[in-house]
Design a protein around this ligand. Structure first.
Ligand code: PHB
Length: 363
């Protein structure tokens, strides 16, 4: 198959990217302890993948409160900023581009991961009902989080603002606001987790409010053309439910348009499981409604990516799992080469095995 569009240049906000293959954010849980600090092994991993048109980093905690998993990195201490600077330098030396994904997990955490053993925070005091929290001392049952006071929300927005400033210091090309996959911002968006009666809950206008405030803060720091946002309207990961995803996300996109963001990044299928669950949600409607670029994600191959671009249903395609196993994924797709098989057992945590030891094609 000819990949004419996949390997054509396109602008993404302030950047001009050489092709359309983006590396999706991937939690790999390999930062140094104590301190959740990016290290030299992480530098090697990202450097190997710099041929992506754009790398979006693994989800990165914006504050100690935003942490939800053992060994994930942060962007709130000087040591973390210095660690990330080595990564952005390595990617830039290879001619690549990189955005940092800004993450606050909300209720998807555990008091053992929080400062002074405090409860995780959320829009409402409702616990995650499936799965367990991944902590340094093993898997633990989720706890019922503490509902944030109205007066605390501006402090959450400030955490995003500070993290955006820190990401700038660390040499990133821009940032992605993580508003997907059941974490804090999505907990506000979706009505299964947001039972608030203040101006951050109830109507869709109220439920999108914190996302718009965060978007304002982050674009104040970066300029709108270096900011994107990730959304998962149909996602149920982390026990998420929404009674009217189409209405909610149509409204959200309309409200995001005045910010002139570089992109929206849609999780069309959640790819952590091998079986992607298909659905008939109208993602094309959201694409048409939005005034910037559309990055599609979820189970794409080179062929289906080219088809999506040809049908004008997306501008870029983000690949997750294929980038874990194939550091040189764009070259492999372009040449029609075979892909390495991902090893699910080494996705999270551990060392170089299953992280930096997947071979590139011999040239
Ligand atoms: C995960 O660690 O499983 C994870 C993190 C961030 C996501 C999705 C999954 O957005």
């Amino acid at each position: 198959m000819a990949f004419d569009l996949l390997f054509s240049e396109k602008k993404l906000g302030a950047l001009t990217l050489p092709h359309r293959i983006v590396m999706a954010p991937l939690t790999r849980s390999r930062s140094s302890q104590p301190g959740d600090i990016p290290n030299d092994l992480n530098v090697e991993y990202y450097k190997q993948r710099a041929s992506a048109a754009l790398i979006i980093t693994e989800a990165t905690q914006i504050s100690p409160q935003g942490k939800g998993y053992a060994y994930t990195p942060g962007i709130h201490s000087p040591e973390q900023i210095a660690g990330w600077k080595k990564i952005t330098d390595a990617i830039h030396q290879q001619g690549g581009h990189v955005f940092m994904q800004l993450w606050h997990v909300g209720r998807v955490s555990h008091s053992i991961l929080q400062a002074d053993g405090q409860l995780p925070v959320a829009p409402s005091a409702l616990a995650v009902t499936e799965g367990q929290a991944f902590t340094e001392t093993g898997m633990l049952d989720f706890e019922t989080p503490r509902a944030l006071e109205t007066g605390e929300i501006s402090g959450i927005v400030d955490q995003y603002r500070q993290a955006a400033l820190n990401a700038k210091q660390a040499g990133f090309d821009g940032v992605e606001i993580h508003a997907a996959n059941g974490y804090l911002l999505e907990q506000f968006l979706k009505d299964g987790t947001n039972k608030r009666t203040d101006r951050y809950g109830g109507s869709v206008e109220n439920r999108v409010r914190i996302v718009l405030e965060v978007t304002q803060a982050v674009t104040d720091v970066w300029g709108s053309d270096r900011v994107g946002i990730r959304l998962s309207p149909t996602g149920t990961f982390n026990s998420m439910t929404e009674s009217d995803p189409f209405g909610l996300y149509s409204h959200l996109i309309e409200q995001l348009n005045p910010f002139n963001l570089a992109y929206i990044h849609l999780v069309e299928r959640f790819g952590i499981s091998k079986e992607a669950d298909d659905n008939d949600f109208d993602f094309v409607h959201l694409r048409k409604l939005f005034n910037g670029a559309y990055i599609a994600n979820g189970g794409y191959s080179g062929e289906t990516a080219e088809q999506s671009l040809t049908a004008n249903e997306s501008d870029f395609i983000a690949f997750g799992v294929p980038f874990i196993a194939n550091p040189d994924l764009p070259a492999r797709i372009q040449k029609g080469a075979e892909l390495n098989t991902p090893d699910f057992d080494t996705f999270y945590g551990g060392d170089a095995k299953g992280y930096t030891d997947y071979p590139a094609l011999k040239s």
